[in-house]
Design a protein around this ligand. Structure first.
Ligand code: GDP
Length: 435
């Protein structure tokens, strides 16, 4: 997916554009607790093109020269990551030194740039925007975020400059596996261990996207593609200083995957960043497996695995469906445990259950534990049907969706899982009105 980045000084209106692009989408995402959401990165669609968008406004450095350093890093990040850059300036402030500095960096990069001038009160008058021609990016696009005017024109201009490039597409029967995790958890080592296995036949590397290296391979008759972000990520110097953005490539890999291997360093345990990345896999409806690596150096007794699993469950409350595999990429100990689990969760991720069985289970669940009443009214479930796979998505038709409470939905999900398991995959339940 192509990437649009938005750069500019604080308060010029970057988040206005950003929210305009991703706004609707955030509303569609499941509303469940325990999910972190990254508001600096999102996906959007405009004029029929879909793309990712980065608001570089998350980079802010305090201190005397903070502003200049911040915008420099924003520009650097945008140049490294984006196909098109939206450069925002402020009509009220005019051209500032920081603007000029960013303009020079962007100019040298030769990336397609769209210059947006925000806070223009009268879009028909050219007076306010003349001076911005001096930045050298051609016609500035005037806008007024406050009045919601001109934003569409700006997005038109940006989307027009997106490259016409085909995403690497794979057949549906190929299992796409992304390896994600913090630096040094052993992702590269695991990739090498997997691809170095005797029964693995690696075909020619199909393509290298900007975000990841794809390696197609075959093992015991099943085709896979490994989407590896590790090697690429190590190049970017911006990432070392801004941890928030270091997850961006991981996110892009997740979006293209079926099964996400969340690699955790068994020696160190779980930290916040692990949760963040895993949460993104969950939100995007991907199957997930926790891979606890470096198991060779962990001191073990008979309950160590159970304890570690409990810790993972405590930290990832919303992902209790994801199995845990312990291994060592270095010694290859227990490596053979991994692929059967990948195959299993991939299958469950694409599982379609029969409507009649599904409805029998829901009827039983309702009989055992009827929905609670709300202001004297009771939720009535008419029927349930599966409308999609990857992830399995169920529509629950009810008398009034407002009466469906989170705890009851959770109860139904547990009953469904008790019957079909759906190991390793999130489930999406949507409630619709139908009396
Ligand atoms: P990445 O940044 O996630 O790709 O991590 P690397 O694969 O580069 O590994 C980081 C370090 O951990 C290297 O020094 C590896 O040799 C080491 N390492 C990786 N896997 C294991 C393992 O299973 N056991 C041990 N003891 N060390 C490992």
């Amino acid at each position: 997916r192509p990437v649009i980045a938005i750069v500019g000084r604080p308060n010029v209106g970057k988040s206005t554009i950003f929210n305009r692009i991703i706004g609707d989408r955030l509303a569609i995402v499941e509303d469940k607790p325990g999910i972190t959401r990254d508001r600096i990165y999102g996906t959007g669609e405009w004029n029929g093109r879909s793309f990712s968008v980065i608001d570089t406004g998350g980079i802010e450095i305090d201190g005397e020269d903070g502003l200049l350093r911040s915008v420099r890093m924003q520009a650097e990040l945008a140049i490294e990551e984006a196909d098109v850059i939206i450069f925002m300036v402020d009509a009220k402030a005019g051209v500032t030194n920081a603007d000029e500095e960013v303009a020079q960096m962007l100019f040298r990069s030769q990336k397609p740039i769209v210059l947006g001038v925000n806070k223009v009160d009268n879009l028909g008058r050219m007076d306010d925007i003349y001076e911005f021609y001096s930045l050298g990016f051609g016609d500035p696009v005037p806008m007024s975020g406050a009045h919601g005017q001109g934003v569409g024109d700006l997005l038109d201009a940006a989307v027009n400059k997106l490259p016409v490039k085909e995403e690497q597409e794979y057949n549906d029967d190929i299992i796409k596996v992304a390896l994600i995790g913090r630096p040094n958890v052993g992702k590269s080592s695991l990739v090498n261990a997997i691809l170095g296995e005797e029964r693995v036949i690696v075909s020619n590397i199909a393509g290298t996207t900007r975000d990841a290296i794809d390696t197609p391979f075959e093992k015991d008759g099943q085709k896979y593609v490994l989407i590896d972000t590790a090697g690429m990520r190590k190049r970017g110097k911006v990432y070392e200083t801004t941890e928030k953005y270091s997850v961006m490539r991981a996110m892009q890999a997740i979006e293209r995957a079926d099964v996400v291997l969340v690699v955790i360093n068994g020696e160190e345990g779980i930290i916040e960043q692990d949760k963040h990345i895993a949460g993104y896999a969950h939100e995007n409806g991907k199957a997930a497996i926790f891979v606890v690596n470096k198991w060779d150096v962990v001191e073990k007794h008979d309950k160590t695995m159970q304890h570690f699993t409990n810790t993972i469950r405590d930290h990832f409350l919303f992902m209790t469906y994801a199995p845990v595999v312990f291994l060592s990429a270095l010694t290859k100990h227990r490596l053979t445990k991994l692929f059967p689990v990948i195959d299993r969760v991939a299958e469950q991720h694409a599982l379609r259950v029969p409507t009649n069985v599904l409805n029998d289970i829901i009827s039983d669940a309702v009989a055992i534990n009827p929905p609670p009443t709300d202001k004297g009214r009771r939720l009535r479930i008419n029927y349930v049907t599966q409308v999609a796979v990857k992830p399995p998505t169920l529509l629950i038709f009810v008398n009034d969706p407002e009466l469906m409470h989170f705890s009851y939905e959770r109860y139904l999900e547990n009953k469904i899982r008790a019957a079909f398991e759906f190991e390793g995959t999130p489930l999406r339940l949507f409630t619709r009105k139908k009396s």
